[in-house]
Design a protein around this ligand. Structure first.
Ligand SMILES: Cc1ncc(COP(=O)(O)O)c(C=O)c1O
Length: 493
């Protein structure tokens, strides 16, 4: 068929897109595949058993010139792509912070992709904007945060913290937004030596520079030392720096330690510094009344981030940024060209004004589904179960003469290493032994753990966070660890 301008229109397509019946057929095939996958994710190895470059070598180096039959594409996905997937939904996934793409969350994600809403302005996504306000209010209440905390959804904690630190810089009111950082005062940001690398990365992006980040020592339990913070700020002021922001962590990445936020808030108040709290992982635990105390002092924070995509069963990505001063966050980012002005500007929230991105996904939908499907009690029960599993694993470590724990385990992460009883403490050898142990256990394909370094020691981490993880999976991890340690020890000692 030819259009009025003589251009060819693809044969057989009424809309230019996949025909509705074809979409329905492939959609049913995919939903069936997903349902089976979620029923038995452990039928696949948790850690992809592939080598770098394997998938690239199996695929053509250019896109097809003409469209292909979609059944064939789906066959190739299963045959070629699936083997290269590391399964974050596997119940034996204990690495980094284990997460879950839950059923209601996956359905919400599917629906938001179908709508393809860009929630940059209220007008371009009224429901997306208002649902975002609603779920951020619900989450704020669940965590016991102050009512005046304004919430905005970002993709990741890295970006949330970047925006929070940009607001902290804007709060100085030095015209840095207009004039840039060159020739201005030397800004100093404080965080603990255990803080996530995203804080330093934000400082790089914002022109504060790595030298503008002062890492405060942590105590024996990996918590920031507030006296050292106060001393560092005094010393920096005397040295010509302008201290402007401290970032405390509730649930550090390596050990899940909790910085003493009340004492850090005192220092920030006395020194007129912005307090940002990174509660990306452990903030979820504050929905438990018995753990609400972990956010003590956070009511004095200027901003706080927590990630429902970490430990609230929301598919990646969804990060919740709260800010006590929405107008400051807005002042840091809002820049409205004529083509983005709307008649509702004075009456409605345009979320593009509160961050770097213009285009914004409809993330609130999947989180709304998650909160409604599980309910607050359902979420609490599941978090408690994860903490219990981690405590059971910690007890196994504590009771075994050839293992030792290297940090407290206040949530669902356990840090430990194998240390065969009676051997001389040769740190390099112990590090190599534990590194080999981790590789051997991960090569099983049944569990996946990751590592960190604590006090210079190679440390294995086990993180519970997947909904499908049971006592049996934790037991499998433990059995693999002690049996592999026993098998490997003669090669090292
Ligand atoms: C404490 C903490 N903050 C920030 C991040 C970064 O998270 P995201 O991947 O959402 O940027 C992590 C990631 O594990 C983290 O543990």
């Amino acid at each position: 068929m030819a259009t009025s301008r003589g251009l060819a229109q693809p044969e057989g397509y009424a809309t230019g897109d996949m025909a509705p019946e074809e979409f329905r057929r492939h959609g049913h095939r995919l939903v069936d595949w997903i349902a089976d996958y979620l029923a038995h994710p452990e039928r696949l190895p948790v850690l992809a058993q592939v080598t770098p470059g394997q998938l690239k070598a199996a695929l053509p180096d250019a896109a097809p010139e003409t469209g292909e039959d979609f059944d064939g594409v789906l066959d190739d996905w299963e045959r070629l792509v699936l083997p290269g997937v590391t399964h974050w939904n596997h119940p034996g996934f204990f690495a980094y912070f284990a997460i879950t793409g839950s059923g209601p969350g996956i359905l919400g994600e599917m629906l938001s992709q179908a709508l393809n809403v860009n929630a940059m302005l209220w007008r371009t996504g009224p429901a997306a904007t208002e649902l975002e306000e609603v779920v951020m209010g619900w989450l704020r209440k669940m965590m016991g945060l102050p009512e005046q905390f304004f919430g905005v959804v970002m993709d990741t904690a890295s970006v949330s913290s970047l925006c929070a630190i940009a607001a902290a810089r804007e709060a100085l009111d030095l015209g840095l937004r207009e004039e840039g950082m060159a020739g201005g005062p030397r800004l100093r940001l404080y965080t603990s030596e255990q803080a996530h690398s995203s804080i330093e990365k934000a400082a790089i992006v914002l022109g504060i520079g790595q030298q503008g980040v002062r890492k405060i020592p942590a105590d024996s339990q990996f918590r920031m030392d507030p006296a050292a913070l106060a001393a560092a700020v005094r010393q920096d002021r005397a040295g010509g720096w302008l201290p402007f922001c401290a970032v405390a962590t509730v649930g550090t990445t390596s050990t899940t330690s909790v910085d003493p936020v009340p004492a850090i808030a005192e220092v920030c108040a006395a020194e007129k510094m912005w307090l940002h709290v990174d509660a990306a992982y452990a903030g979820a635990a504050a929905v438990l009344p018995e753990l609400r105390h972990i956010l003590a002092g956070c009511e004095r924070a200027d901003s706080l981030v927590m990630n429902p995509h970490k430990w609230l069963f929301t598919p990646f990505d969804f990060s919740a940024l709260y800010c006590r001063h929405p107008e400051t966050l807005r002042a840091a980012f809002s820049l409205v060209p004529e083509y983005l002005r709307t008649p509702e500007d004075a009456r409605a929230r345009n979320f593009m004004d509160y961050g770097v991105q213009l285009g914004r996904r409809f993330r609130a939908l999947k989180f709304w589904f998650v909160l409604r499907y599980f309910g607050q009690k359902g979420l609490r029960d599941r978090l408690r179960h994860h903490i219990l599993l981690a405590q059971q694993f910690a007890a196994c470590v504590d009771q075994h003469p050839d293992f030792e724990r290297l940090a407290p385990a206040p949530f669902s992460v356990v840090c430990f290493r194998a240390r065969p009883a009676g051997i001389a403490p040769d740190h390099a050898r112990l590090d190599a032994f534990n590194s080999a142990l981790l590789e051997a256990v991960n090569a099983s394909g049944r569990v996946f753990l990751s590592h960190t370094k604590l006090g210079g020691k190679f440390t294995i981490r086990l993180a519970v966070g997947n909904l499908r993880t049971t006592e049996e999976h934790v037991r499998t991890a433990w059995d693999l660890l002690w049996s592999q340690a026993a098998a490997l020890a003669p090669r090292f000692f």
